[in-house]
Structures are given as structure tokens and as C-alpha cells.
Design a protein around this ligand. Structure first.
Ligand code: IDP
Length: 160
């Protein structure tokens, strides 16, 4: 049973509330949106990332003109780092978040409802399975992630 749960693990994604989201008091609002969907919180902490850490996190964007400003911003204050688990959570998490530019995010999405400009779009979410794996291991030690069964799961997923 133990081995089954190791190999058959539910999909996980890395979600971060950036310093603007934290300063604007949006932590609970954002957690609520993931939680009420039926996704499960398995990792959570608050930290101020160093500039170097921010650069590692955003290494995929290092050729972009906004890279330096972006890394300065991410390391400018507290970030809430989370790992969320659930069926399809990587892709659907991106849908909950909305388009990168809040001007293009649909109403109903986190960025659509809560942000205005691309440089202050309040939240990060992994964009695919590989980045999810990399980002989770950058931000969390394995022992900081909690595997547990939620009582709601049989109601969220049904049971066979
Ligand atoms: P994503 O966060 O939606 O995955 P990416 O293209 O990976 O978007 O960009 C990473 C972050 O860089 C964005 O969330 C945003 O904070 C910032 N960013 C993206 N494009 C611009 C831009 O044109 N100007 C300033 N910042 C930007």
C-alpha cells in the first residue's frame, strides 16, 4: 500500500503568491479559490526569496527583457509558496489563475478579478509537468510536503 501511494501519486503543482498578492491581503482569497475547487494543499510556507533564488525560479525567462525587474520584485518581500494536489491541477490551476497579462485574463480568474498589470499579476503557477516537478523541488524539501487523505476526496472524485 505504501509503495502504491508512492508510484501512483496524484498530480501536483507549484503555486506562489507573489509579494504584491501578500501585501494586498489576498492570501486567503487565493487559497480559497484552489481549496473550494477541490484541490488539496500539501505544502505551504512563507519566505522572502533571495535574488539568486528568484533567478533560479525564473531561469526559463532569463533572456526576457523583464527578467531582472521580475527577479528583483519576487525577492522584494514575502512570498507564499504552496504545493497543490489533484487531478489535472497543473493545467486547471493555470485556468484558475488566468492569462499572464491581467488585461487579458477572463473575469472569474484570479488575475482577471484581482490584478491590473502584467508586472504585478500577484500569482505564479507551474506551466507544465516538468516545471511543476522542478519548481516543487526548488521551493520544498520532500519532508515539507504532506501526503494525506482528505475526507472530502470521495465526494470530489466519487468512489469505485
Ligand atoms: P506566467 O507567470 O503566466 O507563467 P511568464 O510568461 O512565464 O508568465 O512570465 C513570468 C512572469 O513575468 C509573469 O507572471 C509576470 O509577472 C512577468 N512578466 C511577463 N511578461 C511581462 C512583461 O511583458 N512585462 C513585465 N513583466 C512580465
Amino acid at each position: 500500500i505504501h509503495h502504491l501511494s508512492v508510484f501512483n501519486q496524484m498530480e501536483r503543482t507549484f503555486i506562489a503568491i507573489k509579494p504584491d498578492g501578500v501585501q494586498r491581503g489576498l492570501i486567503s482569497e487565493i487559497i480559497t479559490r484552489f481549496e473550494r475547487k477541490g484541490f488539496k494543499l500539501v505544502g505551504l510556507k512563507i519566505m522572502v526569496p533571495s535574488k539568486g533564488f528568484a533567478q533560479q525560479h525564473y531561469h526559463g525567462a532569463k533572456e526576457r527583457p523583464f527578467f531582472n525587474g521580475l527577479c528583483n520584485f519576487l525577492s522584494s518581500g514575502p512570498v507564499v509558496a504552496m504545493v497543490w494536489e489533484g487531478e489535472g491541477v497543473i493545467r486547471y490551476g493555470r485556468k484558475l489563475i488566468g492569462a499572464t497579462d491581467p488585461q487579458k485574463s477572463e473575469p472569474g480568474t484570479i488575475r482577471g478579478d484581482l490584478a491590473v498589470v502584467v508586472g504585478r499579476n500577484i500569482i505564479h503557477g507551474s506551466d507544465g509537468p516538468e516545471t511543476a516537478k522542478d519548481e516543487i523541488s526548488l521551493w520544498f524539501k520532500p519532508e515539507e510536503l504532506v501526503s494525506y487523505t482528505s475526507n472530502a476526496e470521495k465526494w470530489i472524485y466519487g468512489q469505485n
